[in-house]
Design a protein around this ligand. Structure first.
Ligand SMILES: C[S@@+](CC[C@H](N)C(=O)[O-])C[C@H]1O[C@@H](n2cnc3c(N)ncnc32)[C@H](O)[C@@H]1O
Ligand SMILES: [Zn+2]
Length: 334
């Protein structure tokens, strides 16, 4: 993306951003009224002169002092996740998140959504597509994740043409356990809106976002910092957190149980910690079992941080013919 195009795209979210070093607002000097272009014409500059360049790859790096690599996450893991999203395995949770936003969104008003720990970007792309009135930001500490996310949204069309890399929404998803085939992308009928998400490299523990500015914060299978989440959400803002259910990827766990510290996953501790910081509005359990091909099983084996320590030979030994996606969606005020 040309720096000027990224600067144009960034302007509408400028009021939402804050310097991660000092918390002050940013300006984009290329938009000042002086005639001569300033030296940092494609950088965000805060009132204390901390400066962050806009990347040609379509994101802004607002985590300068970090390694930009969350432990256990790498480019091939994000690529496997992208393919599984595209094949529709996570369509029910995508649908449920979108429905929660629709239920709590302010009527006829623009609103801001942050996906904190967005990975390869499929959720922000879907939300931006479904809610043209929303400013949608995806943030992740991993440069690999945000690079993949910016690429994914670059392939979102600016007209109603089919999108590349966009997962389909399974309209008939229910919260019951079923053995079924996932919804597949339907590029001939899907309608896509040109509302593209904004991408930030940033840390959940020090969000580069102004206080009291967001209507929704998504936190999907990602670590949380509830004090930060409470700071950036408006008083009436909604936190949508997705945590693994007890049977999430049970078939992968079963294959590597001897290598896991706890082969039975228990999410009650995570849920209790959340409850001690937030007022619960709704909790939904989404549990689906899908049949999978050997190729899809290999993608599942490689898309989870549970297996990042395994050798290639060990990964190749993982095989199963069905997979359970069991997730809990928790909607709260914080
Ligand atoms: C299991 S992945 C989930 C990604 C995405 N939400 C999804 O469901 O596909 C967890 C993500 O959290 C990110 N992450 C971990 N620690 C983080 C931090 N302190 N700040 C921002 N992102 C972080 C990782 O880079 C990774 O992309
Ligand atoms: Zn600053």
């Amino acid at each position: 993306m040309k720096p000027q195009a990224l600067a144009d795209k960034t302007l509408p979210i400028l009021p939402l951003l804050a310097c991660p070093l000092c918390g002050e607002p940013f300006s984009l000097p290329c938009f000042s009224l002086t005639n001569a272009p300033p030296p940092n014409s494609h950088s965000l500059i805060c009132t204390h002169n901390h400066c962050f360049d806009l990347s040609r790859k379509g994101y802004i790096n607002l985590a300068p002092s970090h390694s930009q690599q969350a432990d256990n996450y790498h480019a091939s893991l994000f690529e496997c996740r992208r393919q599984l999203f595209q094949q529709g395995f996570y369509a029910p949770v995508m649908q449920a998140i979108g429905d929660a936003i629709a239920a709590y969104a302010p009527t006829n008003q623009p609103f801001a959504v942050l996906d904190a720990g967005c990975g390869e970007g499929s959720y922000p792309c879907q939300i931006a597509n479904r809610f043209p009135q929303a400013r949608v930001i995806g943030l992740d500490l991993s440069r690999d994740a945000i690079t993949a996310a910016a690429k994914l949204s670059a392939n979102m069309p600016t007209t109603n043409k089919p999108a590349i890399g966009m997962p389909a929404i399974n309209q008939s998803a229910t919260a019951e356990s079923t053995v079924t085939k996932p919804a597949t992308a339907n590029p001939t009928t899907a309608k896509y809106h040109p509302n593209h998400p904004h991408w930030l490299i940033g840390n959940i523990n020090r969000l580069p976002i102004r206080s009291n500015s967001l209507s929704f914060l998504l936190n999907i299978l990602t670590p949380a910092d509830y004090a930060e989440f409470s700071r950036v959400l408006r008083k009436d803002g909604i936190l949508i957190k997705v945590i693994p259910g007890k049977d999430y990827l049970a078939e992968v766990r079963a294959c590597i149980s001897s290598q896991l510290q706890n082969d039975e996953y228990e999410n009650e501790r995570v849920f209790k910690h959340l409850q001690s910081h937030a007022a619960l509005l709704e909790r939904q359990s989404l549990r689906h079992t899908y049949t999978v091909t050997p190729e899809q099983a290999a993608l599942f084996a490689r898309m989870t941080p549970m297996t990042t320590h395994l050798s290639m030979e060990e990964l190749e030994c993982i095989s199963f013919s069905q997979i359970t996606i069991h997730l809990e969606l928790v909607i709260c005020n914080i």
